[in-house]
Design a protein around this ligand. Structure first.
Ligand SMILES: *[C@@H]1O[C@H](CO)[C@@H](O)[C@H](O)[C@H]1NC(C)=O
Ligand SMILES: *[C@@H]1O[C@H](CO)[C@@H](O)[C@H](O)[C@H]1NC(C)=O
Ligand SMILES: *[C@@H]1O[C@H](CO)[C@@H](O)[C@H](O)[C@H]1NC(C)=O
Ligand SMILES: *[C@@H]1O[C@H](CO)[C@@H](O)[C@H](O)[C@H]1NC(C)=O
Ligand SMILES: *[C@@H]1O[C@H](CO)[C@@H](O)[C@H](O)[C@H]1NC(C)=O
Ligand SMILES: *[C@@H]1O[C@H](CO)[C@@H](O)[C@H](O)[C@H]1NC(C)=O
Ligand SMILES: *[C@@H]1O[C@H](CO)[C@@H](O)[C@H](O)[C@H]1NC(C)=O
Ligand SMILES: *[C@@H]1O[C@H](CO)[C@@H](O)[C@H](O)[C@H]1NC(C)=O
Length: 387
């Protein structure tokens, strides 16, 4: 199940996903309130040439469509260690979390990724590498599709250590801002990552925590957008009810179609409010992906949005641009029965980052992009800027 609530008018959204087999409304009585594990995350951005945002998101989309959220390559015989590529995983806006692995521990800074489900450490050649310690155990799986695979002790926040299946890439590309990935997608996405057991899945960190530390596999992300100064957080087990400013509603994750395994949900998006609003998509399947930067709309919806806003595509960056925000209306995401307003300001590329991104500092860019419906598969992605 999943819910979303907004914490401040512009910048904070919180998303909570609970796996369908353990719905939150089965939660125990408040007197027996399960423990909440909250961990700080660090926001980062890597703008470089902003043309990359579009390129990154397009690559990411292809990888999401491959149902894993990252790309991997196998040897020609397909059986040996291979590499993991993070060209598109190192999305432009992202957040990371520090975790401790092993005994004695090594600290890894991991990408928080709702669009994949493996737990990858030691992938940054310039960062700490994985070392076997007294708590490292063989998995019994000789080699996974792209890595060596072990069990080891993992410490998240101030919780007791848990034993998690780790993937350690032999070869990796593009890991510079972080040392690995903490996949917060569902276990189903790990299917196919073990070469000898393609039908077997690997418990995610959320599954592992829910066996001992937290009462249910529930994750809530609190994401500060763009400022780069404010930490975000992840709540495991239950939402931190001190963070929501309005009541919380739940909507089931989609259980069929392309979005299975992701934080997939059905949504209706309108430009403008309520009955006066123009629907862009109606009960369309989409995913929430912290590894995508922008809001990707199905192609037809994107074109309607361009028409309604009068936006044009800036040829050099590929981003939409508008002359003035005066007539820009809110987008409304209707998920379950809760409309979430995404204001005009929230639809702007953070202007304080224009210059750093190589954009015209006085121009106005939008964070809505084309989800390439013609490419087939997932074409509606609520990326980091929407969280
Ligand atoms: C932000 O998170 C980092 C760890 O990721 C922590 O060291 C720092 O104290 C946090 N800052 C605040 C203001 O909580
Ligand atoms: C697969 O390729 C690797 C190196 O490319 C080689 O070491 C291994 O023996 C090959 N395995 C099979 C089953 O051919
Ligand atoms: C890949 O990593 C695994 C686990 O560390 C190791 O057993 C294997 O020998 C490595 N293979 C190569 C080609 O480095
Ligand atoms: C995986 O599942 C498919 C279909 O369910 C089956 O045809 C295949 O034999 C299975 N593969 C293994 C290695 O168990
Ligand atoms: C936060 O959500 C919970 C659950 O829906 C609700 O009971 C509580 O009143 C909400 N807090 C605020 C400030 O609205
Ligand atoms: C949207 O329209 C409804 C019904 O007309 C109204 O109650 C609500 O306040 C409006 N919301 C915004 C954000 O304008
Ligand atoms: C957008 O506007 C153009 C020109 O007015 C029109 O031809 C086109 O059909 C519109 N597209 C959509 C998706 O509304
Ligand atoms: C930058 O944007 C402003 C506002 O849209 C525009 O007037 C100006 O010509 C642009 N500068 C360049 C170099 O494109």
């Amino acid at each position: 199940m999943l819910f979303i609530f907004r914490l401040t008018p512009l910048f904070l959204f919180t998303l909570v996903a609970a796996l369908p087999h353990n719905p939150i409304n089965d939660r125990r009585a408040p007197s027996n309130r399960p423990s909440l594990l909250t961990v700080q995350t660090s926001p980062k951005h890597s703008l470089g040439n902003v043309g990359n945002i579009i390129a990154h998101d397009n690559l990411r989309l292809q990888q999401l469509r491959s149902s894993k959220g990252f790309s991997e390559s196998t040897n020609s015989n397909g059986s040996s260690p291979v590499s993991i590529s993070t060209t598109s995983l190192s999305s432009v806006f992202l957040m990371t979390i520090s975790v401790q692995v092993g005994t004695p521990p090594t600290t890894f800074e991991l990408l928080v990724d709702t669009g994949s489900s493996n737990f990858v450490v030691g992938a940054n050649p310039a960062g700490p590498l994985f070392v076997a310690t007294s708590s490292t155990q063989a998995t019994g799986q000789e080699v996974s599709v792209f890595y060596g695979s072990v069990f080891d002790s993992v410490t998240i926040g101030n919780a007791a250590p848990v034993t998690q299946s780790l993937a350690v890439p032999n070869i990796s590309e593009g890991f510079t801002l972080f040392d690995g990935i903490m996949g917060l997608g569902l276990q189903a996405l790990t299917e196919g990552t073990l070469v000898n057991e393609p039908n077997q899945t690997i418990p995610t960190i959320t599954d592992t925590l829910s066996n001992s530390i937290i009462p249910q596999p529930l994750v809530a992300l609190t994401v500060p957008l763009s400022s780069g100064s404010q930490n975000g957080s992840i709540d495991f087990g239950e939402p931190d009810f001190s963070k929501n400013t309005s009541s919380i509603s739940f909507t089931p994750l989609l259980t069929t179609g392309e979005t299975v395994g992701f934080w997939g949900l059905s949504q209706t998006i309108t430009y403008g409010n309520g009955t006066q609003g123009v629907p862009l998509v109606t009960e369309a399947p989409g995913i929430v992906d912290s590894g995508t930067s922008l809001l990707l709309l199905p192609t037809a919806a994107f074109q309607t949005y361009m028409n309604l806003t009068g936006a044009t595509i800036d040829p050099s960056s590929g981003l939409l641009t508008i002359d003035s925000i005066d007539s820009l209306q809110s987008l409304f995401f209707n998920i379950g029965d809760t409309p979430l307003e995404f204001t005009a300001d929230a639809q702007l590329f953070p202007r304080n980052l224009n210059a750093e991104a190589g954009l015209n500092a006085s121009a106005i860019y939008l964070i809505v992009a084309d989800g390439d419906t013609a490419g087939g598969g997932i074409d509606l992605v609520m990326g980091f800027v929407v969280l």
